[in-house]
Design a protein around this ligand. Structure first.
Ligand code: FUL
Length: 441
């Protein structure tokens, strides 16, 4: 009765064993991996123009969320179980959500709060109230700043923006360096890395420069087994085949980003993804040992669209129904046995790898006491969730793991019978063509 669990997960060939001393995560990386879930907020002039990308010429006068409530956004993230949020402080259009001294193209030139608002500060304050980490997205590609045409001037401009963000809003959890529009463009990553190291050494750095985490390589929120934490490359963006190569292997766990809706910005007429689709995304990201960054875009009022709010609360309810009452299994490593408190009926098995010494498990199998395979896969990582083909009643499970020095930290089972079943079939995928024509050379 074998089954995978992630029926949509393509099985890639398992790469050769890592060297016997694999790279280890930093304390911050491991803590971030254990958090698992973040929420993205895309908002800016695009929200008011019905665009996904704009070219830096939209008037700041259109930015006027009349009922903006950052507390509601962060509460929504909190109630979903997110540990951090990431706000688009500046998207590719160059419009800044904080009153920066570097450009006039910001909230200061908008009618919102009579030009006296600071959206980064409002989200930061809400994060503090709700106990979530604050992440900021600062697009390297800037289609407004005249400085962009002159790389040296733009590097200085970008560093000044980053300094403002790194000094004005308390500890940052994540800095999101988006590769879109930047293929072939060199930024001063040395100076950027030094600045982050100096001012926000605890922040995770997404994908570019001195990255500590990487993009999973698609905007559908989907990882595939195996999920390698040690790598020498990361994809750059969804619109071309550019890849970032690292000089040496690095520990770079992936983050899967995906929007609740079709677009990243709130667009009239769009609907949230279905609950089964969102559950499948959960299983293919968090359930495969990757992080999930789910975009919930505020609308033109500056509020969470009611349809989105209710889908997100359905998602929270469905995750709670599936995973809210874990039944712990005692791991007996010497005998490779998982022992449940007594005969137990379950339809999910969850494993957690011991990662302090690096990612070591290459393959694993879960068998019942009679040796019938219940589930199998490559990655365990920070958290591997197997949905079984059918419920099982057992007290003892056998576990086979391959990988030098491999060990589990914990295991549990879940009884999710009767809950909503994840389903990716027929689901909407993110476009792989740029929203407004070809990217710059
Ligand atoms: C992409 C951007 O081009 C999209 O607009 C969005 O911000 C997404 C998260 O990253 O590269």
């Amino acid at each position: 009765m074998s089954d995978d669990v992630h029926p949509e997960s393509p099985q890639r060939p398992v790469p050769p064993l890592q060297p016997s001393d694999p790279l280890r995560p930093t304390t911050e990386q491991l803590a971030w991996q254990r958090e698992g879930l973040g929420v993205f907020f895309h908002v800016g002039v695009n929200t008011f123009a019905g665009l996904e990308w704009s070219d830096g010429t939209l008037s700041p006068g259109i930015f006027d969320p009349t009922d903006l409530d950052a507390d509601e956004w962060v509460r929504t993230a909190h109630d979903l179980g997110a540990a951090y949020v990431v706000l688009t402080a500046k998207h590719h259009d160059g419009f800044c959500l904080w009153p920066t001294a570097t450009t006039d193209y910001s909230v200061r030139a908008s009618p919102w709060r009579q030009g006296r608002g600071d959206l980064v500060a409002e989200v930061a304050a809400a994060c503090e109230r709700w106990g979530l980490g604050l992440g900021l997205y600062l697009s390297p590609w800037d289609r407004h700043a005249p400085e962009y045409a002159d790389p040296a001037r733009y590097d200085a401009f970008y560093l000044a923006q980053l300094r403002e963000l790194c000094t004005g809003y308390g500890p940052l959890h994540e800095l999101w360096f988006d590769g879109a529009g930047s293929a072939g463009r060199e930024y001063d990553w040395e100076a950027i890395g030094d600045l982050v190291d100096e001012l926000q050494p605890g922040a995770m750095v997404f994908n570019m420069g001195r990255a500590t985490i990487r993009w999973v390589g698609n905007e559908d929120g989907l990882a595939s087994d195996p999920v390698e934490y040690v790598t020498t490359s990361a994809d750059l963006n969804n619109y071309d085949d550019d890849v970032i190569e690292t000089a040496a292997p690095r520990y770079l766990p992936p983050e899967c980003d995906v929007s609740l809706r079709d677009g990243w910005f709130w667009q009239e007429g769009e609907q949230p993804k279905s609950l089964p689709h969102l559950l499948a995304i959960h299983d293919r990201s968090i359930g495969l040992g990757a992080n999930l960054l789910l975009n919930i875009p505020p609308d033109r009022r500056g509020r969470i669209d009611p349809a989105d709010a209710s889908r997100v609360s359905e998602l929270a309810g469905a995750l709670h129904a599936r995973f809210g009452s874990p039944i712990p299994a005692r791991c007996e490593p010497a005998s490779a046995v998982l022992r449940l408190p007594g005969p137990t009926t379950f339809d999910h098995v969850e494993l957690r790898e011991h990662l302090e010494d690096g990612q070591r498990i290459r393959r694993h199998r879960i068998l019942d006491a009679e040796g019938r395979e219940l589930a199998a896969g490559g990655t365990v990582g920070v958290r591997r969730i197997h949905r079984l083909a059918a419920p099982v009643t057992a007290e003892v499970l056998q576990l086979e793991i391959e990988g030098e020095g491999a060990a589990l930290d914990a295991a549990c089972v879940h009884d999710a019978r009767g809950t909503v079943v994840p389903d990716l079939s027929g689901s909407r995928r993110a476009p792989t063509t740029a929203p407004d024509g070809p990217l710059p050379e």
